[in-house]
Design a protein around this ligand. Structure first.
Ligand SMILES: *Cc1c(COP(=O)(O)O)cnc(C)c1O
Length: 425
């Protein structure tokens, strides 16, 4: 069951009324449920354990969904690895205790410095996204280490993931991956390049997939590729199937994880490879809420605005992807309460700083506390200092306890980083 629901008239995460967190740590504040994070991770673990031995797969949590070290540490304790897309995420994942043999490095723009760190740490796999990157990894790996770097080429299978255009990644014309048709020739080259063990194939077709069909199509194309590569003499031992399932933001039915595992069983297991998954959103999204307080209620023409203290800098998804997030008052509305349409907006000086237009809510009082739901993934990790607004605090809840896992940033710290050059002084 979901970890955030009304109990005794109050919206509670596990057994903590969210109002208590807001009273103690102020708003805006991100709150995450330990139990929900664990449940979400276990769902993958169980679905995969049901179809293959535990040592044949690694679930590398996609850190970019939420890269707080407390969360990386929690998932690491449960057995997760990490999929990192920058040197920063790699650093945080190592600091949080994720081990090198469970770390995958993805991303189209890796720097030489980042590649060297991956090679020196002997991580599980580097997912290479272009021929120039392949050349650079080879040069650096040959110089840095006597052992060969395990790499996969991330292939672009030209499959429409049927998701928001800004988070679809597996169609030809996207910047991601290597055209699957060009892959065999590149693997043939990679085999003879210094420093490289091209033993993996990786794919990631996009995020927030609510339908299994595109996964099935991509997996089939990957399986065909693995067979072809083996026929031409490549040794392929791992297949990385990329990000996880979509999540319901407004009550939709998400894809069934057992059926997803069924696709892996039917299409990938016959290849007898080590399977890597990189779920992010489906681990963190519904484990988190963003708490925000109403600052002003502004009536203008026939519009009623709730101006809240969280903004697009704290949660960018609505502004970036027109994303829907449910908004719930932290005090439970009375049964049969009359609904009013509100535009819920932040304080940032842009019209895109709108969480929702026409949200149907019971009458909201000034100072009311609201929870913006399903905000655990791509929320805090995408937050910025726009409008010189400090990054919000983050709190982890477990049963009746809650603790800061990141204090709110201080305005002084933001300001202190600026430098006025002498010649201006
Ligand atoms: C973003 C990303 C993921 C995570 O996707 P989710 O939809 O959050 O599960 C996994 N792998 C790669 C390469 C990514 O870029």
């Amino acid at each position: 069951m979901t970890a955030t629901s009304y109990k005794n008239g109050l919206l509670q995460m596990e057994n903590v009324p969210l109002q208590r967190i807001a009273q103690k740590h102020g708003t805006p504040v991100y709150c995450y449920s330990t139990r929900q994070l664990a449940d979400n991770f276990h769902a993958y673990q169980t679905a995969l354990s049901d179809i293959m031995p535990e040592d044949k797969f690694t679930i590398c949590y996609a850190c970019k969904a939420n890269s707080n070290q407390a969360i990386l540490h929690l998932l690491g304790m449960l057995g997760a690895g990490a999929d990192v897309v920058s040197g920063g995420e790699m650093y945080r994942a190592f600091k949080a205790g994720v081990t090198h043999d469970k770390m995958v490095f993805s991303g189209v723009g890796k720097t030489a410095d980042e590649i060297v760190k991956a090679v020196r740490n002997d991580i599980l796999q580097i997912n290479v996204e272009s021929e120039p990157e392949l050349n650079l990894v080879s040069t650096l790996a040959a110089k840095e280490s006597s052992a060969k770097a395990h790499i996969a080429l991330r292939v672009n299978p030209d499959v429409d993931a049927n998701t928001h255009e800004k988070i679809t990644t597996g169609r030809s014309g996207n910047k991601f991956g290597i055209d699957i048709k060009a892959a065999p020739a590149l693997y043939r080259r990679a085999r003879d390049m210094a420093g490289l063990a091209p033993t993996g194939v990786a794919v990631h077709i996009g995020s927030q997939l609510m339908d299994l069909a595109p996964f099935a199509e991509a997996f089939k194309r990957v399986a065909e590729l693995v067979n072809e590569l083996r026929q031409q003499g490549n040794i392929i031992t791992t297949v990385d199937l990329g990000g996880g399932l979509g999540v319901p933001y407004r009550g939709e039915t998400p894809p069934d994880i057992k059926k997803y595992a069924g696709l892996i069983r039917d299409i990938i297991l016959p290849l007898n490879v080590h399977v890597i998954l990189e779920p992010g959103r489906s681990i963190a999204a519904d484990a988190g809420v963003l708490l925000t307080r109403v600052r002003y209620i502004k009536e203008s023409g026939d519009k009623r605005f709730l101006i809240v203290d969280a903004g697009m800098n704290d949660l960018a998804r609505p502004a970036l992807y027109d994303a829907y997030h449910a908004i719930m008052p932290c005090g439970e509305p009375a049964k049969g309460a009359v609904m009013t349409a509100y535009d819920v907006v932040g304080p940032v000086c842009e019209t895109s700083d709108t969480f929702r237009t026409g949200a149907e809510l019971p009458r909201i009082d000034p100072d009311a506390l609201l929870a913006i739901m399903t905000a655990g993934a791509y929320g805090a990790s995408m937050a910025s200092n726009y409008n010189t607004r400090p990054l919000p605090a983050e709190v982890l809840v477990s049963d009746e306890q809650f603790d800061l896992i990141r204090p709110a940033q201080k305005i002084e710290d933001i300001a202190a980083a600026d430098v006025i050059p002498d010649w201006l002084a």
